[in-house]
Design a binder for this molecule. Sequence first.
Ligand code: CP
Length: 319
Amino acid sequence: HRGLLGIAQLQTHEILFLLDEAEQWVALNRRPAKHSDQLAGLTIINAFFENSTRTLLSFEIAGKRLGADVVNMHAAQSSVKKGETLIDTAMTLNAMRADAIVIRHGSSGAVRLIADRVACPVLNAGDGQHEHPTQALLDALALRHALREAGRASSDGMVNGLVVTICGDIRHSRVARSNILCLQALGAVVRVCAPPALMPAEITQMGVEVFHHFDAALDGAEVVMMLRLQNERMDGQFIPSPREYRHLYGLTPERLARAAPGALVMHPGPMNRGVEIDSTVADLAGRSLITAQVEMGVAIRMACLEVLTRRARQVEGWA
Ligand code: CP
């Protein structure tokens, strides 16, 4: 596909290529003048049908730092609220001749539906329980930086044999799905841990190690990635009390001590402090990558926008 709909479509060398491309934007973003004109004259539409802070802002900042004209469509203020269908919305976006469209939607597959009806590259900013590919890429970039600083990453960015435990609401998590695919492509051993009600049966087909007891899942883990409970997707089936959940699955300092020495802590956000993660762990200097994940999000989205629009212009003969 000409856009980025999921990690499932990417080969390992393409993941590494995007991570490498993002490095130049990490460097640019750390300079006082954070600007390039590589996408000058191009128009990017961010169409968000679901709430977002990090993804929406970082795609907007990414487009603007590359010199593009960026416009945001919030579903709550759009004609979707008047009953317009997704296909009519896609045709409307297409008629505006954007050069890239970034879409977040609450339904798995909705981004593909739009991507199949527009002429420009589409980037999936999270669709239902399916995929959140730029999240997995930014997580890989943050991890690569931290491992390099610790002298633990290979020069090519592979993380062969690295044990990563992903704990939380695996059933509803597009972040978990994209991260499992991305981390495995880079050579990691991925464990998933969740209460039985929040562990989808099909997860066993993804080649992960499945745990229901957090302490066992932490034993020897070099990276611990925490996910929040997605109460908005539960339909009232399983909502343990925050206190009960923290007791069984919360990452406390005592629990983190069960992981490998120096284990790194990740969380895609938004966090529910005191539920799936304690503040003392979330803010643990030198171990928590949560702020670095947000920083890498801008660089990864700059890389994805630049690579995909460049490829589209080459195909169309404009570049
Ligand atoms: N991690 C993530 O996707 O956060 P937002 O929902 O704030 O975009």
